[in-house]
Design a protein. Sequence first.
Length: 278
Amino acid sequence: MVCMKTFKQFFKEDVAGNEFEFFTFFVSLIGQKFPYIGKIKKVSLPGTDIVITDPNQEIPFDRNTFPNAPTIYKADIVVNNKGVSLKQRGGSNVLNWITSSQSKRIFPGSHKIISDYARDVALLKAPVQVTPASLSIKESDWERIINWAAFDGTIDSKSENIYKPSPVPADVVVMGPKSGISLNNISVYNKDDYFENNKDNLIFLFRRILVGQQSSKHPGKEASNSKTGRRDTNREWQYEDLDWVKDPELVYGPVGAAVPVDRMKTYVAVNYHLRSKK
């Protein structure tokens, strides 16, 4: 299945996470039972000495000063001794900005099909979402990948061992809204049921990006995903033979460019993305 939409229909810019709301929510549940965890006795932040053992205990930070866990941590918080990954409904990336060399290692049997889609997206100049089944990826393969990325660690195609364990893995994934979190509006999963309940919402999102495109948040600086696109490891998905790439109106647009037009190339970025449930 292929569907074309604007990129903003998949991702919202500058949306703060809900980790602080989730933390206070779990603190309020101290003394109560929670799925896959049992009776909650303490809530802590990995990598810090912050431990809350009483629902009336003062929390030493607020939304603006919440100490987010490092990206290599799969668990955002620890409840009792269980790592908990917190996800805000609205979609999240399983693999962020896959390069062509990564595709070869992660999806060797489907790399050619993925590359064909990448070329089509470069020509179409519009994002395209594709289901894993459309790319001939076996369900067992993407089950292994999504479970690893959600609970166990990261995927690093540059290392000899492509699967890199997290120092703080997750035992439970909890999804909820940005605010107003309650037991009535969250979903709780462990590794046995996470994939089965979310597999119909997994997509590959192909997005055309200009190499050298300026950051919308930091004018005058190159966008981070543009830097990824011009790496040698992404050479297969870089295109210089498309006439529209050199069109100044298309190159500059509302964002502008950080490099001269005559040095412009385009590339295709691929996200392995988990959509919100319909």
